[in-house]
Design a protein around this ligand. Structure first.
Ligand SMILES: [Zn+2]
Ligand SMILES: [Zn+2]
Ligand SMILES: [Zn+2]
Ligand SMILES: [Zn+2]
Length: 141
């Protein structure tokens, strides 16, 4: 299962990603259905780690195309999570796309951070950049 962030974003062209309802600083990476809130990874971790009940909150990723709405289906052919609007848009575009196999998006209950490690979606919340050590390549003639 591959979630690609960024690939689609270029196509959406200049749309500003929805910001986190909690800190209003980061781009929202997911939507908590129980809270009806868009959250970035940091706030998700903070809010949902705070109490045991909250770990039962159903969360879904943001739509990878518009980043404005929670994803509702995953298109296997596109390997992308799409909201209702984008799903309709993209898959009504041509007869081939209409045949794409789509499944309802699977909500997750774990901390998004533990899942995100495997996905490029981590880039959505501009994580602090680690200083890259300069590589000195010794060139000997
Ligand atoms: Zn936040
Ligand atoms: Zn929640
Ligand atoms: Zn969308
Ligand atoms: Zn598709």
């Amino acid at each position: 299962m591959g979630i690609r962030a960024g690939g689609w974003r270029a196509m959406a062209g200049g749309l500003v990603a929805k910001s986190c309802d909690s800190c209003k600083n980061c781009a929202a990476a997911l939507f908590c259905r129980a809270d009806s809130a868009f959250l970035c990874l940091t706030c998700d971790a903070k809010i949902h780690a705070a109490n045991k009940l909250a770990t039962r909150h159903e969360r879904v990723w943001m739509c990878e195309v518009c980043e404005q709405a929670p994803a509702s289906v995953t298109c296997k052919a596109d390997a992308a999570a799409l909201c209702v609007t984008c799903d309709a848009d993209i898959h009504s575009a041509n007869p081939l796309a209409r045949r794409h196999d789509r499944v309802p998006v699977e909500p997750f209950f774990d901390s998004a951070e533990s899942i995100i490690v495997k996905t490029a979606a981590a880039l959505l919340c501009r994580l602090p950049q680690f200083p890259t050590p300069k590589r000195h390549r010794s060139v000997s003639h």
